[in-house]
Design a binder for this molecule. Structure first.
Ligand code: ZN
Length: 78
């Protein structure tokens, strides 16, 4: 993927603090590999990454610190 499907901006691969919706809650996960639109900031995740985000969200004990929202660390290992 190299263009944003919303604004046609350039999409770049980078590590982000992902905002992830799970069971009615918003969870933020750091250091997630994502594709980010340089224009509108829309984040896209590869399918395996998205699955991993769901797993992390489900295992809420992985959340390490709360700033003003729950925060977990992205980890590719199970
Ligand atoms: Zn965009």
């Amino acid at each position: 993927m190299d263009t944003c499907e919303f604004c046609n901006g350039e999409v770049k691969h980078q590590f982000v603090r992902a905002r992830f919706h799970f069971k009615g809650q918003t969870i933020y996960i750091d250091n997630v590999p994502a594709w980010v639109c340089s224009k509108c900031g829309e984040q896209y995740f590869d399918a395996p990454v998205y699955k991993r985000l769901e797993e992390i969200a489900r295992h809420r004990r992985r959340i390490k610190k709360t700033i003003s929202f729950p925060l977990a660390e992205y980890d590719s290992k199970v």
